[in-house]
Design a protein around this ligand. Structure first.
Ligand code: ZN
Length: 58
């Protein structure tokens, strides 16, 4: 496994707010929630993952 951090600092594009989201129990994705609109966000870790740091919650 690659050296994964326990959290990911991302910009919630939906509300223009910065926040950390944390790795899930399975260790295969970062999951969090926008503090403003409470939209859920999930960032997959691995070959299909992304280095993006700006996300829009859905
Ligand atoms: Zn939002």
């Amino acid at each position: 496994m690659e050296k994964n951090k326990k959290f990911l600092g991302i910009m919630f594009e939906c509300c223009n707010v910065y926040r950390r989201i944390y790795i899930n129990k399975g260790g295969n994705a970062y999951e969090g929630r926008c503090p403003k609109c409470f939209g859920e966000i999930k960032v997959t870790i691995g070959p299909d993952g992304t280095d993006k740091r700006i996300f829009r919650a859905r």
